[in-house]
Design a protein around this ligand. Structure first.
Ligand SMILES: Cc1cc2nc3c(=O)[nH]c(=O)nc-3n(C[C@H](O)[C@H](O)[C@H](O)COP(=O)(O)O)c2cc1C
Length: 283
């Protein structure tokens, strides 16, 4: 079960490679600075990342109402409410004081003129390239040369173009609902994408997976892989690293139990027959 490291992560690709023997993938955003993208791809290759996950649905940043309301910013602004909030989290503050990693490790120090959080925010805001097109995907596939997974597909036309691009898999995803308010849920979009292209490309899904039962439902509707975004972060927020392990353990156990109660011991034999008729979306 590999984990995926983001372009925007705190730890750099090299940092992760030096600290884990577990397989990991790298998630790439296409930015205007193509030289930076080339270097990122080469760094991911050198770190032996097992796959490149290319995110296609963040070329324009959505209007994130909660972020606006909370005043989320990088670097954080020292407002009265931020200060009061920090005072209620002494353990986290101590941990942050002790860490070397407070930047976006894949970017700071790897782009000229970006040396701190202030210049980073300015650079990032200008970098997401709204002109991303299928020619860029082809260029990235060629440069990478390994397994390529396209993340953020929600409709059949794009799924067909993903097949034509030669990608190895696609992820039906609406970015966890963080981009477009009112976007269709991925579990709803999944069956029609599986029906259209499931025999030509591996179809995966993310969004709203909170339990092992959610994993099994997605599998039953044709997803050959599922991902979690928030589920492990909830574990992290509650208990730190052991909380992440606990979250994965809970999901795994629920998956096992639900399979058993559905009369299955092998995931490969599970089909949509385990689902109650009329309770799931169809193509
Ligand atoms: C805090 C946070 C940060 C995220 N950062 C990225 C990112 O850097 N790249 C990316 O492709 N998706 C990112 N996502 C989206 C996830 O990869 C994933 O699509 C989504 O969270 C799945 O939905 P879920 O949270 O309901 O599991 C992020 C999601 C969250 C909650």
């Amino acid at each position: 079960m590999p984990f995926t490291l983001s372009t925007m992560s705190i730890c750099s690709i090299e940092d992760i490679a030096a600290h884990t023997k577990a397989p990991f993938w790298f998630q790439l955003y296409v930015m205007r600075d193509r030289g930076f993208i080339e270097r990122l791809i080469d760094r991911a290759k050198a770190a032996r990342c097992g796959a490149l996950v290319l995110t296609l649905d963040l070329q324009i940043l959505g209007q994130r109402h909660k972020d606006l309301k909370n005043g989320l910013s990088a670097p954080p602004k020292p407002t009265l409410s931020t200060m009061l909030n920090l005072m209620t989290k002494p353990r986290w503050c101590l941990g942050m004081l002790g860490t070397k990693r407070r930047q976006f490790g894949n970017i700071v120090g790897h782009v000229s003129g970006v040396g701190d959080m202030g210049s980073l925010a300015e650079w990032t805001a200008k970098q997401f390239d709204p002109q991303l097109n299928w020619g860029d995907v082809e260029w990235i596939k060629k440069r990478w040369g390994g397994k390529l997974i396209l993340k953020g597909i929600q409709d059949v036309e794009d799924a067909r173009l993903a097949v034509d691009s030669g990608a190895d898999a696609l992820i039906v995803s609406n970015h966890g609902g963080r981009q477009l308010d009112g976007a269709e849920s991925s579990i709803h979009a999944l069956p029609r994408i599986v029906e259209a292209v499931g025999s030509q490309i591996e179809v995966h899904m993310d969004g709203g997976i909170r339990s092992g039962q959610d994993v099994l439902k997605a599998w039953a509707l044709g997803a050959k892989g599922t991902y979690i975004g928030r589920a492990f972060l909830y574990g992290l927020g509650a208990m730190g690293q052991p909380g992440v392990a606990k979250a994965l353990e809970i999901i795994h156990k629920e998956l096992d139990l639900t399979m058993a109660f559905s009369g299955h011991t092998q995931l490969k034999n599970v089909t949509r027959e385990i689902l109650l008729p009329g309770t799931y979306p169809t193509a």
